[in-house]
Design a binder for this molecule. Sequence first.
Ligand code: 5GP
Ligand code: ZN
Length: 113
Amino acid sequence: MDCLFCKIIAGEIPSSKVYEDEKVYAFNDISPAAPCHVLIVPKEHIESANDLNEENADILKNIFLTAKMIAKEKGIAEKGYRIVNNCGEDGGQSVKHLHFHLLGGRSLEWPPG
Ligand code: 5GP
Ligand code: ZN
């Protein structure tokens, strides 16, 4: 499948890996928007939040627990962080493989642009 994040998970495209287990892969964003900017993705190819269903949504538990663990490891858990999913064109999703941004290490503005 011609999917950038599937290729990164498979090791066909190099990435700066932060964490991996049987279901989840986490790596540093190539263009960080904050001192900590990690992308957390399911190893299973799910295109976007629109494609979550009763069968595959258990992965969200793994993703959020991974985000929490990485935040603690990176020392940003206490001060706080943001977990972001962009869905579709208006949501600003540029890679069509479900991914969650873990952003922290600075004070983040709200609302987003
Ligand atoms: P989106 O805009 O779809 O929510 O997020 C996609 C993210 O993937 C962007 O923050 C972008 O910087 C990141 N990205 C795009 N291509 C690559 C790549 O080849 N390697 C890594 N590590 N990140 C990438
Ligand atoms: Zn994919």
